[in-house]
Design a binder for this molecule. Structure first.
Ligand code: FE
Ligand code: CA
Length: 512
């Protein structure tokens, strides 16, 4: 589309190249920082800062020419950028969708920094990042956020607008950053009634790199999401919808041949890398991302960020919500894969931290999902419950620690419950809802009362949208379930639906 502004700036850029003034200096036809800025992977001495040039985000290549473009960046120790502590230039390359990832090191621990980018005569918004405390420090407190599952068509990202205002050390993102399938203006609910999409865009399913790039652009142009990224440093993982619904390993649930699915997965993970503030070590290599990692918040908390997709065996019983079948107790089944599981076992055995947090994707509790008059236990086959042997193996490793908190997403509902090894409580699990997936919801879903009644280990269930905040001290962990009253229209109000406390040394939940 040749609009007037493009014509003017284009003409100005060629005719008055040298001493141009004001916005005529821009070499872009439109604002190139349309997808915002982000920081991530905070450590005690630095973090990653990110942006991606996309003057026309929904056009091919984001409206960029297929050439590298220099982007300068600054990191300041004050909000007004009076003291610049680092600066440099990076090339935004077409191979990576004109994204820029800068890994900062040598910064001071446990403090905020501010950053911004410039390119072609334009500048980005300012972002704020925060380093973690020194590894040897003994922090008195930690407050962090947990979010994920942000289906664009299902609703507005109002919860992110509220999250941006929270005082947090960082945000853990449990995945489903995008949804790969097409957004229909109208679709039938499970019961057959009419559901209208809250927002339009993304008319086709994603299969190749251009499709996934365009999907990220649609999402990242959302200004509530941009506010959250500009305010907080994120730890990102991926779940299923970054690639396709309920994939595991190299198995396509829709039955595509393995080698074709690997190709699709590689492209989806490249787009994931391009659009998020993750480290260069998380660039896909031979189609796979090294995504599990350990984060230390001094000696207060060790957070093991897990990958429950890339190494998992195929879902038993042909997936879905079903009665159990013999494959649920397959002794060879894997959730983390042998290497990641051994790595996690070593980290849990270290006992060098007040709290052990497992930041992961799929529910670890084995819940009976019956909501009506089903004759036998109904299980979610895309959760740890369907992999009973590795699930029990991991829970047995938590015996005697009594300081394990599991953080989960995927379910699009809030849950809080207790994890048991045999009949002994060994950990608690907090399942965060979704930013928008599932639409407005309501306090309780039809059948929620039955689920609570059938599962004594489950203490809380709620079906609204929102995020979690976790407040951690050496002796107590508190999780707040923050919910918004609607996502189908903008401007939803935030409320604190519930708070649960865990005393260190007791795998138990107390509603505050
Ligand atoms: Fe989801
Ligand atoms: Ca999911």
């Amino acid at each position: 589309m040749l609009n007037r502004r493009r014509f003017i700036t284009g003409a100005a850029a060629t005719a008055f190249a040298a001493p141009a003034i004001l916005r005529a200096q821009s070499v872009f036809r439109a604002y190139p920082f349309s997808l915002g800025v982000a920081s991530g992977e905070p450590a005690a001495d630095g973090f990653v800062i990110w942006t991606r040039l996309a003057p026309e985000p929904l056009e091919q290549h984001g409206g960029m020419a297929m050439a590298p473009m220099p982007v300068t960046w600054e990191v300041a120790s004050d909000e007004g950028f009076r003291t610049i502590v680092r600066h440099g230039e990076e090339l935004a390359r077409p191979e990576l969708g004109h994204s820029v990832h800068v890994e900062l090191t040598g910064l001071e621990p446990d403090r905020p920094y501010w950053y911004r980018f410039r390119a072609g005569g334009e500048r980005s918004i300012n972002g704020r990042a925060r380093t973690l405390p020194a590894t040897g420090a003994s922090p008195a407190a930690l407050r962090f956020g947990v979010a994920g599952c942000q289906n664009y068509g299902d609703g507005y990202f109002t919860a992110y607008r509220h999250l941006a205002r929270e005082d947090l050390a960082f945000v853990y993102h449990y995945g489903d950053y995008i949804y790969e399938y097409r957004i229909d203006a109208v679709h039938p609910s499970r019961g057959g009634s009419l559901v209208a999409a809250a927002r339009q865009g993304g008319e086709q399913d994603c299969f190749d790199l251009a499709d996934y790039r365009a999907r990220y652009a649609l999402y990242k142009a959302d200004t509530d999401l941009q506010r959250a990224h500009a305010a907080h440093s994120f730890f990102h993982t991926f779940d299923d919808h970054e690639i396709t619904d309920n994939w595991v390993q190299d198995v396509d649930p829709d039955g595509a041949p393995t080698d074709l699915f690997r190709t699709r997965r590689a492209m989806a993970l490249q787009a994931w890398y391009e659009n998020l503030p993750v480290r260069r070590s998380m660039l896909p290599r031979y189609g796979a991302v090294s995504a599990h990692r350990s984060v230390r918040y001094g000696d207060l908390m060790k957070m093991e960020v897990l990958d429950t997709r890339q190494f998992r065996s195929d879902q038993p019983c042909e997936d879905g919500f079903k009665p159990s079948c013999p494959a649920v107790t397959d002794a060879n089944a894997q959730v983390l894969g042998a290497e990641q599981e051994a790595w996690l076992a070593r980290n849990l055995a270290d006992r060098d931290s007040r709290w052990n947090c497992l930041a992961q994707q799929i529910m670890m509790m084995s819940l009976d999902r019956r909501t009506g008059d089903e004759p036998a236990k109904i299980m979610n086959m895309d959760s740890w419950a369907a992999y009973e042997v590795p699930r029990q193996r991991l829970l047995a490793r938590m015996r005697g620690l009594d300081n394990v908190v599991v953080l989960t997403g995927d379910e699009h509902q809030n849950f809080a419950g207790i994890l048991q090894s045999g009949d002994r409580p060994v950990a608690v699990e907090f399942v965060g809802t979704s930013i928008s997936s599932g639409g407005d919801g309501s306090d309780q879903r039809r059948g929620s009362d039955r689920i609570l009644a059938e599962n004594p280990q489950l203490k809380f269930i709620n079906d609204q949208r929102g995020y979690l905040t976790c407040e951690v001290t050496p002796d107590e962990w508190r999780t707040n379930f923050m919910v918004v009253d609607r996502v189908s229209t903008p401007g939803g109000a935030l409320g604190k639906r519930a708070t649960f406390a865990v005393a260190r040394g007791q795998a138990d939940l107390n509603q505050a």
